[in-house]
Write a protein that binds this ligand. Structure first.
Ligand code: ADE
Length: 237
């Protein structure tokens, strides 16, 4: 069956494009993915649809109430496999975590806004996830990142070309460079090996490029990249 994402937010309009447009929208229409975008305000439990209150102890901003989130989650027809709270204080989001989440059947994502959720919401979550060491206005853009990275790992969501490239990052290295027409642009030419039709030579060149780019740009990735003895020789050369 489809991987279902239940996205809880105060701003559904922010998330709808990621669930309706481009390849994710197509996958939803094909029944490969399923999306519910759920307005937290519908579970406010008061006439004014108010979901937040001032912080206990005083201070700036407003805090989203835990009872609102509890009712929103309880509205799901079945409990999800994971309830993921988006917060800069969470576990770093990585390709490895995306792969783990892509094996689940139903993921609930909680997008905070304002000063955040009452900390007791953590008890309703199975994990907290951060997409990086910066603070955004709310969790919607983080939820969009997770939907993008996880959704594309489900069978049939993307074509063969893209899944081959995905394997390149899953290998732990940055991607090799691609070229297409025109053959010369601003004095920069396409490497001869790519025009020669020797597929073994092309594969070796791409691997070497991936290694060299990773060494230059993200050497921190190399210890976990699972390098072969030949890869290590290339890097030392
Ligand atoms: N909400 C605000 N900033 C965030 C971040 N970096 N990751 C996840 N959720 C967030």
């Amino acid at each position: 069956g489809p991987l279902r994402f239940s996205l809880f937010t105060l701003f559904p309009e922010l998330l709808l494009p990621f669930t309706q447009e481009a390849l994710l929208g197509k996958a939803a229409r094909q029944g490969l993915l399923a999306f519910d975008v759920i307005q937290l305000r519908d579970f406010a439990g008061n006439r004014h649809h108010k979901v937040d209150s001032p912080p206990a102890g005083g201070g700036a901003g407003m805090v989203i109430r835990v009872d609102v989130v509890e009712r929103a989650l309880a509205s799901l027809p079945t409990p999800p496999d994971e309830v993921i709270l988006l917060t800069p204080a969470g576990q770093p989001f990585t390709q490895r975590l995306a792969e783990q989440l892509s094996e689940r059947q139903h993921l609930a994502l909680l997008c905070g806004r304002y000063e955040g959720f009452d900390t007791r919401v953590e008890r309703l979550a199975t994990r907290e996830v951060s997409i990086g060491d910066y603070v955004m206005m709310g969790g919607e853009a983080a939820a969009a990142c997770i939907v993008e990275a996880v959704g594309r790992l489900r069978p049939g969501v993307i074509g063969d070309a893209e899944s081959h490239r995905a394997d390149s990052f899953s290998s732990g290295l940055l991607d090799y460079p691609e070229y297409t027409r025109p053959p010369v642009w601003q004095d920069e030419t396409i490497p001869e090996v790519l025009l020669g039709g020797n597929h073994a030579a092309i594969e070796r060149w791409r691997r070497d490029q991936a290694l060299a780019r990773t060494l230059a740009r993200r050497p921190d990735l190399l210890p976990n990249a699972g390098l072969s003895p030949e890869d290590s020789r290339t890097l030392l050369a």
